[in-house]
Write a protein that binds this ligand. Structure first.
Ligand SMILES: Nc1ncnc2c1ncn2[C@@H]1O[C@H](COP(=O)(O)OP(=O)(O)OP(=O)(O)O)[C@@H](O)[C@H]1O
Ligand SMILES: [Mg+2]
Length: 268
């Protein structure tokens, strides 16, 4: 794979769920390695649907979806399992298994793959370390706060070191400090680990944080910086969905200056 090939390519995708109007009506975009695409749009505009299609949990009625050059709309369920190994997904409501401990939740995918127990334990600890929750390893989801659950969900998504991460409203309902922590994790994955991401959100504040801050590695810890007057350092672009179509694609500077009435109302 050359670096110029997109990691994710959505091509003329149409998706109906019954009804006359499609939920997605000819959507096309590309996400390159180490880039994070932020999808914004009103409730019901098809944001979660596109993530579901990228994960192969559902198929489009028309169009193609390429993951690292492979059209996944042609694949059967067994082949999709292989593609999903490359993708970590943080669902809208964390979606942890309540009857499993944090350890078992995070390890789930590796158990499915039948990996060696000792290796699994090391990877679980590493993944929980990344989200700052090593101490919660024995706990059950019911014993965790909303923000901790979301971080466990991120640790679970990260466990196989996926090259692609999909985030569906990962900070919804969380306080500013916890949201900040989650945004920093996402920025670090993008900038330190070159993970390719799609981030769905309603919260413009989080979106602009991702679009204007970047991370560097130094002295055993990760540093976060603001672009300030330099533009487009943060490897993040916006997509805005409206009535199944993309009505904006570009960097935050352009989005902020848009004269489009709908976009202005959305950002207000
Ligand atoms: N499995 C399904 N069956 C029927 N309709 C569906 C299904 N999934 C989504 N829809 C419909 O598709 C539209 C888009 O849903 P989607 O969940 O993608 O919206 P969204 O942009 O993520 O909204 P929100 O911001 O509220 O999460 C909605 O009208 C929804 O009712
Ligand atoms: Mg949604």
């Amino acid at each position: 794979m050359t670096t110029l090939e997109p990691v994710i390519e959505i091509k003329d995708v149409v998706k109906f769920y019954g009804g006359n109007a499609p939920v997605l009506d000819g959507v096309s975009f590309r996400v390159f390695r180490g880039e994070t695409k932020i999808i914004i749009g009103a409730s019901g505009s098809g944001k979660s649907t596109i993530l579901k299609l990228i994960l192969g949990l559902d198929k489009p009625d028309e169009g193609q979806i390429f993951i690292q050059g492979e059209d996944i709309t042609k694949l059967n369920e067994q082949e999709l399992v292989r593609v999903r190994q490359k993708i970590g997904m943080v669902f809208q409501e964390s979606a942890l298994f309540d009857s499993l401990t944090v350890r078992e939740n995070v390890a789930y995918r590796l158990h499915e793959r039948g990996e060696d127990e000792e290796e699994i334990e090391a990877k679980v600890r590493q993944s929980l370390g990344f989200v700052g929750l090593e101490d919660a390893i024995e706990k059950f989801p019911s014993e965790l706060s909303g923000g901790m659950k979301r971080r466990v969900a991120i640790a679970r998504a990260l466990i196989g070191q996926p090259e692609i991460m999909l985030y569906d409203e990962p900070t919804a309902g969380l306080d500013p400090i916890t949201s900040r922590k989650i945004n920093e994790l996402i920025i670090a994955l993008r900038d330190i680990h070159a993970v390719t991401g799609v981030f769905v959100t309603h919260r413009m504040r989080d979106a602009f944080t991702l679009a204007t801050e970047y991370a560097t590695n130094g002295d055993q810890q990760i540093h976060f910086h603001h672009e300030n007057n330099f533009v487009c350092i943060a490897n993040t672009r916006f997509l805005m969905f409206r009535d199944g179509k993309i009505v904006f694609e570009g960097p935050d500077e352009v989005l902020r200056r848009s004269e489009d009435e709908y976009i202005k109302r959305f950002l207000a």
